[in-house]
Design a binder for this molecule. Structure first.
Ligand SMILES: NC(=O)C1=CN([C@@H]2O[C@H](COP(=O)(O)OP(=O)(O)OC[C@H]3O[C@@H](n4cnc5c(N)ncnc54)[C@H](O)[C@@H]3O)[C@@H](O)[C@H]2O)C=CC1
Ligand SMILES: O=C(O)[C@H]1O[C@H](OP(=O)(O)OP(=O)(O)OC[C@H]2O[C@@H](n3ccc(=O)[nH]c3=O)[C@H](O)[C@@H]2O)[C@H](O)[C@@H](O)[C@@H]1O
Length: 468
């Protein structure tokens, strides 16, 4: 089948390359000339495992090509994917300008029946709007269908996710369109759910908002663990063993980031507002996440008395491992805050140094390896759990650091072992101070000095704890 993909961001490129891989003839169009020039030479603008090889191979085998010209790309395409960006506006609403522009251009170049697929994440009702725009811009009278086909890939595992997805969703009332798309995706052998466009559009937002809420929930549990002496990893393990809950997306840390969760949760909240509905849970999901990002700073505020001449090393800049994407990355927020306190920030990421440098105007020292990034530092904050960091020589890290404050934002290391190695170690959701067992009276509540003034409880219980 001949397919056009409009937009060569993560989704456009992965969709295009994977459809070519399963035998279709795909042309990817982008308005960004430089990107297209690179892609024509087989160079991927994003870091994603296996993607560049797949692009290169499919160009060579003449199933994949790139263009900036919609007029040349569209003729003969049975399916046109819209995979352009839908970023957040200032107020959290969804900016649909790229989608609307793509729809106008598709309308102008439509010459025979075509299935137009919305792969971009768009608010409920957008397929209807896309169809209106296309209709308004048609040069000649042709029929077409617009189908919502949301994308569920994760950055870092995008190719795997495409070939091993849990489901493919088609939102359409047209049997003809659904049959064509079913044929297109047939080689993937995945479960297909066919529903109306409105439900398909909502499935995408509901899925992202639910996963983000699961993360905020476990982060709140982590905060409670710190106060009560629990260990969030044990709590998550115990919860995850219940198959109704599942063990995925229960990794506590310093909050979620990326191009999608923050913007899609805000977008769903805005949809609620537009329809007169206050979506209380996801409002709190966002609020919890923004507090969680502050955790490393809260920890440091308690330890560092004078910020003058403080040097801090950041390990990991990408919003998650496996990608060079720094959009809404927790590291962005942390670096800005540290810079505001006059800290000299050193940073290292295996692949995202350049991207961070292009969005941050502050003078950060970008390093070529993790050891340089921690060298002579008062504190280190591990922000992204790259495999490379799990294999670090901690003895060397300790030796290189000035003070030994280690904030582990992703709970990569074991508390006991870090303490034994001489670090002043701060994981997330794990109570770190030694539990004092002398002079304790059963039935009394013991809390840390700094928490005394906040304690308002009147009862007693048998658990004895001290916390950071
Ligand atoms: N990044 C991800 O992992 C995922 C993204 N999504 C959704 O997919 C959509 C695309 O996301 P990304 O790939 O991250 O986008 P992106 O913002 O990285 O890239 C969009 C691309 O579209 C191009 N573009 C914009 N308007 C165009 C036009 N009229 N004609 C030709 N090219 C045009 C831009 O130049 C850019 O290269 C968004 O709605 C996003 O929410 C969904 C699932 C996963
Ligand atoms: O719509 C999208 O763009 C995509 O958004 C997410 O994918 P992605 O943002 O690439 O990455 P995730 O693996 O979901 O991680 C998102 C953020 O949550 C954080 N996270 C994830 C899992 C967890 O247990 N804890 C946690 O803090 C990660 O560190 C990261 O910052 C969804 O997982 C995809 O299904 C969806 O297609």
């Amino acid at each position: 089948m001949k397919v056009t993909v409009v937009g060569t961001g993560y989704v456009g490129l992965v969709t295009g390359a994977c459809l070519a891989e399963i035998g279709h003839h795909v042309i990817c169009v982008d308005q960004d000339e430089m990107k297209i020039e690179k892609l024509k030479r087989g160079i991927s603008p994003i870091y994603e495992a296996y993607l560049e090889d797949m692009i290169f191979r499919n160009i060579q085998e003449q199933r994949l090509s790139f263009s900036i010209d919609m007029e040349a790309a569209m003729p003969g395409s049975q399916v046109v994917f819209i995979a352009v960006g839908t970023p957040s506006l200032e107020d959290g609403d969804v900016d649909l300008s790229q989608v609307e522009k793509a729809a106008r251009e598709i309308g102008k170049h439509l010459s025979a029946y075509t299935v137009i697929v919305s792969k971009s994440t768009v608010p409920v009702g957008s397929c209807r709007r896309i169809a209106q725009i296309i209709k308004k811009n048609l040069i000649k009278e042709v029929s077409f269908d617009v189908v919502s086909n949301p994308e569920f890939l994760r950055e870092g595992t995008a190719i795997y996710d495409t070939f091993h997805g849990d489901r493919i969703v088609f939102g359409s009332r047209s049997k003809k369109a659904v049959d064509i798309l079913t044929e297109l995706y047939k080689p993937l052998h995945q479960k297909i759910l066919v529903t109306d466009p409105e439900s398909a559009e909502l499935i995408k937002y509901a899925s992202n908002a639910f996963l983000a809420t699961k993360i905020s929930f476990i982060n709140e549990m982590a905060n409670l663990c710190e106060k009560t002496g629990g260990d969030i990893q044990a709590v998550a393990e115990g919860m995850g063993m219940d198959q109704r809950i599942g063990n995925k997306f229960l990794q506590a840390g310093i909050g979620f980031g990326g191009a999608c969760f923050p913007k899609d949760v805000s977008g769903l909240l805005k949809t609620g507002e537009k329809y007169g509905y206050d979506f209380k849970i996801i409002r709190q999901t966002l609020a919890v996440n923004s507090t969680q990002k502050q955790k490393p700073l809260e920890i440091l505020e308690k330890i560092i008395e004078d910020w003058k001449d403080i040097k801090i090393g950041i390990l990991g800049l990408a919003f998650k491992p496996g990608t060079d994407d720094v959009r809404e990355a927790p590291a962005l927020y942390i670096i800005k805050e540290l810079y505001g306190r006059g800290v000299h920030v050193k940073a290292y990421d295996p692949v995202a140094n350049d991207n961070m440098q292009s969005v941050l105007s502050f003078p950060v020292t970008y390093c070529n390896n993790p050891y340089d990034a921690v060298s002579d530092c008062d504190a280190v904050i591990l922000v992204t759990e790259w495999q490379e960091f799990k294999e670090l020589s901690l003895r060397k890290i300790r030796r290189l650091m000035k003070r030994k404050i280690f904030i582990d934002g992703r709970n990569v290391f074991a508390s006991e072992s870090m303490k034994k190695k001489g670090f002043d170690y701060y994981p997330i959701g794990i109570c770190c101070k030694e539990i004092m067992t002398q002079n304790l009276v059963e039935g009394e509540i013991y809390i840390d000095e700094s928490e005394k003034s906040n304690y308002t409880g009147s009862g007693t219980w048998n658990q004895i704890f001290t916390c950071n």
